[in-house]
Design a protein around this ligand. Structure first.
Ligand SMILES: Nc1ncnc2c1ncn2[C@@H]1O[C@H](COP(=O)(O)OP(=O)(O)O)[C@@H](O)[C@H]1O
Ligand SMILES: [Mg+2]
Length: 479
């Protein structure tokens, strides 16, 4: 009998212990539900925007963009990106989908909804659309920006930026010449070809400039090539190594033409998935960067009419690329009905890609932020401060005070929970709802992806040089 009494006493003791600690350490979830009831109203399955928590925010709010931060395996793709993609309606979408996960889980459902499913894969012409950055760049400013984007990585990697800078200038001159040639010759593969020819037989390229360049371009070319031979040779070598990727026949074919125009995305529902094999990402990421840079410029180039579609950009592993002008784009895309949701592994990944200042601007211009367990201490510290303190009545009748959530509690959030920050509002603790926990979304994600056939040309056109005429000396003398 005595042991039953002992167990009952033990239980009562434990109960007293826990209820005491409950009073001293307020139940955070309950506290949050009281303070942030409004998030419940923000998320609804009947909305038509970005999926956060147990539903979506509305479209108007979605145009203010969303940054999702979690370490690898944290649930970014399954809790935010896949549900958002599966629920898209009445818009077009561009996905940065390096692991092809978004395509596998969402293209079947989108295809069934009537979306035209397309892939951009620089190494697989058999499935890819054509995307030609040189054809897309029209003005001189755009040609300069394209060259800058091509050489951006070499600029970062070398201490001496002289060579990539000169190479970039030289490539712009070559681009300008190509703009005078037929469209089929306005490709980056042809740029590489022309530069290779220049290393081999510069007279051929001289003749090309003599035939096609206007006076101004010809003078620029002359000023460039009159540099010392060794210097020119080094510049050309830098061009060759940076443009070397266009020597790959697959990359050359995919970048040889545009088979999908950016305008098409505004006119009919299209879901375009950009695939970039992780192994090749190092060599190919600049092409994805150029795509987004040119795409965002297009988005902001004209006022959107009522019959044009909204655009959703959903970028997985966005920390693997750095898009030129991304901070400014985020600040302005809202006015052009473009919503950007991007997933990164940490804030430091953003700092590494864009530098501290731009990383801060990117975060500031993403009105919605979802921070998963495992966040960096610096982020947790910021959140702790923003969440403020919470006061409560202790057992002895005095008032106690503590942080709404401490740094440690933020870093070690329970699985399935995240912190949602909407603009200047106080951060909220939310429950995530991954697609696989939702029968309807899970069902949609199981629809097989459609078979996609690429539509890029089989052959690449290289410029034919004008015949070099050897002029007999006496003829020159005789005039
Ligand atoms: N179908 C599923 N059923 C249950 N859990 C899953 C399923 N798919 C993914 N997960 C869980 O989600 C986690 C990965 O989530 P994911 O969204 O890919 O993370 P991230 O995109 O942040 O790398 C895995 O660790 C796994 O536990
Ligand atoms: Mg992922």
């Amino acid at each position: 009998m005595w042991w039953i009494i002992a167990i009952i006493c033990g239980c009562l003791f434990l109960l007293a212990l826990f209820s005491k600690s409950d009073e001293e350490e307020p139940v955070l979830k309950q506290d949050y539900d009281d303070t942030f009831g409004e998030t419940k109203e923000s998320f609804s399955p009947s909305n038509d925007g970005i999926w956060i928590g147990k539903g979506m925010i509305n479209r108007e709010l979605s145009f203010r963009h969303c940054c999702v931060i979690a370490p690898s395996g944290g649930g970014k793709t399954s809790s935010i990106l896949i549900p958002t993609a599966l629920e898209l309606n009445n818009c077009s979408a561009v996905f940065l989908d390096p692991a092809e996960e978004l395509f596998t889980k969402t293209s079947g459902a989108l295809s069934r909804k009537g979306y035209d499913i397309r892939i951009l894969n620089f190494t697989k012409p058999e499935v890819s659309i054509g995307f030609n950055p040189l054809l897309t760049a029209k003005t001189n400013t755009e040609l300069n920006l394209l060259a800058e984007a091509i050489f951006a990585q070499s600029m970062k990697q070398t201490k001496d930026s002289f060579w990539p800078m000169m190479a970039s200038r030289f490539v712009v001159i070559m681009f300008q010449l190509q703009k005078k040639l037929p469209e089929s010759e306005q490709t980056l593969a042809n740029t590489l070809y022309l530069i290779n020819c220049m290393q081999g037989d510069p007279r051929k390229v001289d003749a090309l400039f003599a035939k096609y360049a206007d006076q101004k371009l010809f003078e620029e070319y002359k000023a460039m090539v009159k540099h010392d031979g060794k210097l020119i040779s080094n510049i050309l070598a830098t061009c060759q190594s940076t443009l070397g990727i266009f020597g790959d026949e697959n990359v050359a074919r995919v970048t040889s033409t545009n088979t999908l125009s950016f305008e098409d995305l505004r006119n009919e529902p299209i879901a375009l998935y950009i695939h970039m094999p992780i192994m090749d990402a190092k060599y190919l990421s600049f092409l994805a960067e150029i795509f987004f840079h040119q795409f965002f410029r297009f988005c902001m180039s004209h006022t959107v009419t009522e019959d044009e579609l909204d655009l959703f950009v959903i970028a997985d592993e966005a920390g693997s690329i750095s898009i030129k002008g991304f901070p400014e784009a985020l600040a302005n895309l809202r006015k052009f009905f473009v919503s950007v949701t991007f997933a990164i592994q940490s804030k430091s990944q953003l700092v590494e890609r864009y530098g501290k200042e731009d990383a801060e601007t990117i975060l500031a211009n993403s009105y919605h932020k979802v921070l998963f367990p495992g966040m960096e201490a610096s982020l947790a510290k910021e959140l702790e401060t923003r969440m403020g303190k919470w006061s409560f009545e202790r057992e002895d009748g005095k008032r106690g005070q503590r942080e709404v959530m401490t740094i440690s509690e933020l870093i070690h959030l329970p699985p399935g929970k995240a912190i949602y920050v909407a603009g200047p509002k106080r951060p909220a603790l939310i429950t995530l709802y991954p697609y696989y926990d939702n029968a309807r979304l899970h069902g949609k994600s199981n629809i097989d992806p459609p078979t996609i056939l690429g539509d890029v040309p089989q052959t690449i056109t290289y410029t034919k040089f004008p015949e070099l005429k050897i002029v007999p000396k006496e003829k020159v003398v005789n005039g």
